[in-house]
Design a protein. Sequence first.
Length: 336
Amino acid sequence: MKSTIEDVAQRAGVSIATVSRTFKHPEIVSRRTRERVMEAADELDFSISRSASVFQTGQTLRIALLINDRFASWFNSRVYEGLDTILHPAGYDISVYPIVSQTDRRAFFEQLPTRRNVDAVVIPSFDIDPTEAERLRSTHVPLIGINALPEEAFSASITIDDEQAIRLAVRHLLALGHRNLAFIGMTHDEHSTLRFSASRRETGFVDECAKTGVVPVVLRVPEDETRVDRAMTQLLALDHLPTAICCQQDSLAVPLVVRLRQYGYRVPQDVSIVGFDDNFYARQIGLTTIRQNPREMGIKAAQYTLALIADEPIDVAHETMPVELMFRSTTAPLER
C-alpha cells in the first residue's frame, strides 16, 4: 500500500503542514526537523506528488523548446545541454516542439494560451511574430530567444552579432590578399517560411566585401545530404574557382574541405576555407572558423527563464555574446 503524507507526519512526529513545507520550502524548516521528516519519508518510500505540486502552485514545471532544425544538430544539442544544466536541477522538464513553418509556429502560439501547459517558451535561431509574442504576454508566459528574431519581441534574449562575426572572416581573407571571394549559404526546407538568424551572415559578408570594392560570388545549397555535391557543382560551374570561400556553417565547410582535397584541390594553397560555429569536427581538421558557444547561450537563456518565472528583475534582458575568429590551417596568404 502506498504511503501518504499523513503516514510520514505520524512517523516523524510532526504535522502534515510541516511535511509539506519540508519538501516544498526546506529553507524555512529547521535542520533537525528536516532530517526527521526525510528519514521517515525514506523509510516509507514516500515522495511529494508532482501533479499535486503543480495544482497548488499553478506551475507545470515544463519549458517548451521550439526546434526547427534537427534536434541532434550541433547547435540545437548544445543549446539543449546548456538549458538542461540549469533547468533540470531546478525541477523543470524540457519539452521539444518541432516547428517546420510559420503555420506550425502560429498554431503553437494559438493553442498555448488555452492549454497553459508550459511555464516558459524558448526559441533558438528563427523568427517570431510580435503578435504571437503579445499573446503569450497576456498569459504571463515568458518568451526567451536564442539567436532569434526580432529581439524586441522576446521577454529576454541571448544572441550573437552574425553580421559582425562574418565581417571578421572577410577582413581576415582580405588581409591575406584574397579578392576572388565566395559565400556559400544554406537554404532550409522549401516549404518553410521561417526566417533564420544565420541569414544575416550573407548580408554581413556582402556588405564587408563592398567596402573594398570586392564583388563576391554568392551560392546557396539545400541543408540536406546533397549540400556538398551541390556546392561542388556550383563551384565547378564558375569560370574560375574562388581563392577563398566562407561557408555559413561548419556543417558545410568541413565536408567541403574533405571533398576538395579528394578531387585534387589543395586547401589552403589553392583555396582558403572559413566556416562558422567551431564544432567538434572543425577543430579536428583545423578549420579556420568563427566560434560561437550555444551551450553557454543555453545556460544564460535558462537563467533568464527561471528569473522571469519567479518575477525577478533582470539587469540586461537582451545580451549579445562575443564571438572569436579561430585562426587555423585552412586559410593562407594568396599565392601570386
